[in-house]
Ligand binder design. Structure first.
Ligand code: FAD
Ligand code: SF4
Ligand code: SF4
Length: 481
């Protein structure tokens, strides 16, 4: 079909949406990329070679029908392109913004591997769905049939919980989502900063879910406001989608000194400030980088979000200390480039070992320079002490060393809830059910810290297995009756 509209990758060069200049963007929390204009989106989509075996699709965790929606976009059939994008994803415009495309769809596009530069899949996906919102093509959630005699309780309103909530509501179940925060969205709302994902984008998704009759109970912490057993008595099935929140700590002299903060506490304060909330920890300076020499420790996406937030808060200087080098860091290469453009300095191959203080407040980070040894199990070269010492002055140190799961069996009062040796929840690979009957789990709490797109995929998969479980329950009751 219309192959002549496609295959233009030899004639048309790859062209990502224009980014706002660093000087223009480094003091606001608005997204940094400008949207595609229609001609550009059509033109860029037409570069796709419509592969028989589309590796982009294979490597997209949602297996989105990428070649099809690219062709529809190139042909100007944008509403159909949106319908196709929405058929496999509950939030295509969010993935288009924050998926690490260079490691997923675009990194595996055949024209990238042939040296022509990948089709700009993420930017087109964002363009299609943003347009759908603007044009009213994003319809209310349709309820397929009434199954309100069954109710589902979902703990956690991150992308895994929200995806499952949408799909189960569509099946007709009564759905209640519990979250300990005062707003929904999980890390989409309180972790990821606005310059990657503006908050109205998450807000309109939440509104659509509320309008479909999904009940959100905020500031409700399971484990404190109800036990798991109480929830199980109230619902026919439960989904645990609580993410991973225990900050990994560094054991080093001076670690408890004032001015050393955890990454997520820092990002939550900044995001709350963006909502206009009263944030005492920001107002008293604890989580405010303005005028400070900031050192962020870590090399993942969370560290990148912290350094770029500190720039926007008006830090005097921002340095990122990481124990490996650029090639071996877990954070996305494009985020490092964005941070560097905004004035962040990366100090590679450095491992902190102590914190100095002046009058109870941190004044410097001391440590050892590293060198790289053999690759570890994850393929990245392992850091080893290189001998030399270093010292970086600092007024604010942000620890971004990753996250592990909280102790859910203890927190929920259910010691029989099975976990792995990493503390993530143990689930049956097929049913995604935990060791408790009717209690399922999805997202980071099962995978460990991962990606939004994988949380959506898990939410989609678990909605299916929960539906099967509830139908089997209905069938068993019918037989018994
Ligand atoms: P979460 O999004 O963590 O949501 C879990 C929810 O459960 C939270 O709202 C929490 O309040 C709630 N909860 C927890 N315990 C309880 C309880 N006991 N009772 C009630 N509610 C509870 N991924 C990307 O793909 N791209 C990115 O650019 C990216 N950037 C990131 C930046 C940061 C700073 C961080 C921390 C992560 C980032 N990620 C990114 C990872 C991504 O955000 C997560 O993989 C994803 O959000 C996991 O989704 P989830 O639904 O499993 O959990
Ligand atoms: Fe690419 Fe992510 Fe969209 Fe899949 S969901 S097509 S990986 S941007
Ligand atoms: Fe198009 Fe690239 Fe996907 Fe092939 S791999 S279908 S060229 S986007």
């Amino acid at each position: 079909m219309a192959a002549s509209d496609m295959l233009k990758f030899t004639k048309i060069a790859q062209d990502y949406p224009v980014k706002r200049d660093a000087e223009e963007r480094d003091d606001d929390f608005l997204e940094i990329s400008r949207p595609y204009i229609t001609d550009k989106a059509e033109e860029q989509s037409s570069r796709c070679s419509q592969c028989g075996v589309p590796f982009c699709q294979v490597h997209c965790p949602l297996h989105n029908n990428i070649p099809d929606w690219l062709r529809l976009t190139a042909e100007g059939r944008l509403e159909e392109a949106y319908e196709m994008a929405a058929s496999t994803s509950t939030m295509p415009e969010i993935c288009g913004r924050i998926c690490p495309q260079d490691r997923l769809c675009e990194g595996n596009c055949v024209i990238e591997t042939s040296g022509h530069g990948a089709v700009t899949i993420g930017a087109v996906e964002k363009y299609i769905t943003d347009n759908a919102w603007e044009n009213g093509w994003v319809k209310p959630i349709g309820i397929l049939r009434d199954r309100s005699h069954r109710s589902v309780g979902i703990i956690g309103s991150g992308p895994a919980g929200l995806t499952a909530a949408e799909l189960l509501r569509r099946k007709g179940y009564k759905v209640t989502v519990y979250d300990r925060h005062d707003r929904g969205g999980g890390l989409l709302t309180y972790g990821i900063p606005g310059f990657k994902l503006e908050k109205y984008v998450v807000g309109r998704r939440l509104k659509r879910l509320e309008e479909a009759g999904i009940v959100f109970k905020y500031e409700f912490e399971v484990g404190t406001d109800a036990t798991m057993e109480q929830l199980r008595a109230e619902h026919d099935a439960i989904l645990i989608a609580t993410g991973v929140y225990k900050a990994r700590a560094l054991q080093a002299p001076g670690v408890g000194t004032g001015g050393i903060v955890k990454a997520l506490d820092y990002l939550i304060a900044s995001n709350r400030k963006g909502f206009g909330d009263d944030v005492p920890g920001f107002d008293d300076g604890t989580f405010n980088a303005a005028g400070k020499r900031v050192v962020v420790i870590g090399g993942g996406d969370t560290a990148m979000d912290c350094v770029r937030t500190a720039v926007r808060q008006g830090a005097k200087s921002v340095k990122c200390l990481y124990r490996r080098d650029r090639a071996n860091m877990p954070g996305s290469a494009s985020e490092v480039k964005n941070a560097e453009d905004e004035g962040v300095e990366f100090v590679w191959l450095t491992a902190p070992s102590a914190f100095e203080d002046r009058d109870g407040s941190v004044s410097a980070v001391r440590g050892t320079r590293m060198k790289l040894g053999q690759p570890g199990p994850d393929g990245r070269r392992q850091p080893e002490p290189g001998g030399e010492d270093f010292r970086e002055t600092a007024d604010l140190v942000i620890m971004a060393l990753g996250f592990s799961p909280e102790d859910l069996p203890q927190m929920f009062g259910t010691p029989e809830l099975g976990t792995t040796r990493w503390g993530t929840l143990r689930t049956d690979h097929k049913t995604m059910m935990t060791s408790l009957d009717g209690v399922f789990a999805a997202g980071d709490i099962v995978r460990g810290a991962s990606l939004v797109v994988w949380a959506i995929r898990d939410g989609r998969d678990v909605a299916k297995t929960m539906h099967s479980y509830l139908m089997a329950k209905d069938a068993a009751e019918k037989v018994a009756a």
